[in-house]
Design a protein around this ligand. Structure first.
Ligand code: AHR
Length: 340
């Protein structure tokens, strides 16, 4: 039987500390820490009476999450806060993103912030930034390059997000034979890799069978197109569960299921990650069954790290922002106060 007994996890909300405060205290080491929220960023440029020039290489504009992240970054890296921001969105093209970073190096910016589209292939350009003595701060996604090639990273624990989604699926479906399809994020990206790994670990002992898995590139259109293919192949009756690596792909899947005559959330259950506004509304409407949050509001933390690094302070290498999870009831309560 499909149990709805979902363990309720209420994290303390977004904001626990610490990385910026720790950095300010000079308490650096190579260990991880948990950071949080939109805390105050000191402004190195302001105190020096001039703006700090920062090149930001964003992934693109693939999702609602990305729009919220871009807005958070632009707000934090404002002139008012002492920054001149040079913004580039690479339209999800890894080569274009690396070229943008090279452009920042050639311009001689004070610091570079990157939300890396994919994990691999960063060694050369990070080394070039290091040779030019321009510090690199990673936000959101991680890279496989050696840690000494960048100053710090701030973002979410993608594997843990996958574990939370998988724990919900395990508790909901358990021993019931369940046919699952997966809408993967961008191939080679940290969230796609880690969310797959976490979910698979959490559901390893269940009767959930992954019958298909394809990338929808974190976009609504991509999710819809891939789901249409799955429905043509297996039919509404041949799929019990969709695991979408983000809300936008889940929203595309909802459109595909409805067009195929199915009822999303009932005929086919859906679990996804992000908790952006449209996803939360679909959860409240019963079309998505469970959502794991991925907090996009990383701007002030990233700006704080830029200032700390430029001031020569030691900072933690990895700084995690906490996420929470939402059932339908929890989404109803939370949505009115959410910032994205
Ligand atoms: O890297 C974070 C992921 O990127 C978000 O989950 C997804 O919506 C975005 O495109």
């Amino acid at each position: 039987m499909r149990s709805q007994g979902v363990r309720k996890r209420q994290f303390l909300g977004l904001i626990t500390v610490l990385a910026v405060a720790l950095a300010a205290c000079g308490g650096g080491s190579s260990s991880d820490t948990t950071a949080g929220g939109e805390g105050a960023a000191t402004t190195a440029g302001e105190s020096a009476g001039e703006l700090v020039t920062v090149g930001f290489a964003q992934t693109g504009s693939e999702s609602g999450w990305r729009s919220a992240n871009t807005e958070s970054m632009k707000t934090a890296f404002s002139e008012e806060n002492g920054f001149e921001l040079i913004f580039n969105a690479a339209d999800n093209d890894p080569a274009a993103q690396i070229a943008a970073v090279r452009g920042f190096i050639n311009q001689g910016v004070d610091a570079i912030v990157i939300a890396p589209i994919v994990e691999d292939g960063w060694e050369d350009v990070l080394q070039e930034a290091a040779d030019a003595e321009i510090p690199v701060i990673l936000e959101d996604r991680t890279v496989t390059a050696p840690e000494d090639l960048y100053a710090t990273w701030v973002g979410l624990d993608f594997k843990r997000e996958g574990v939370y989604a998988g724990e919900w699926a395990a508790e909901t479906f358990g021993d019931t034979p369940t046919k699952m399809v997966v809408l993967e994020g961008t191939t080679g990206s940290a969230p796609a890799n880690d969310r797959a790994e976490g979910f698979d670990e959490a559901t390893a002992e269940t009767a959930i069978e992954k019958i298909d898995s394809q990338t929808g590139d974190f976009t609504r259109d991509g999710g819809k197109t891939v789901m249409e293919g799955f429905l043509t192949k297996y039919g509404v009756d041949g799929i019990d569960l969709v695991y979408a690596h983000n809300d936008d792909m889940a929203l595309g899947a909802i459109e595909a299921i409805e067009a195929a005559g199915g009822v999303p959330g009932e005929d086919i259950q859906i679990v996804s990650i992000d908790a952006v506004h449209d996803g939360m509304q679909a959860l409240i409407d019963g079309k998505i069954n469970y959502i794991v949050e991925c907090n996009p509001l990383l701007g002030e933390l990233a700006a704080g790290f830029v200032n700390s690094v430029l001031a020569g302070e030691e900072v933690e290498k990895r700084n995690y922002v906490e996420d929470q999870t939402f059932t339908q009831e929890q989404a109803e309560e939370a949505l009115p106060d959410r910032l994205y």
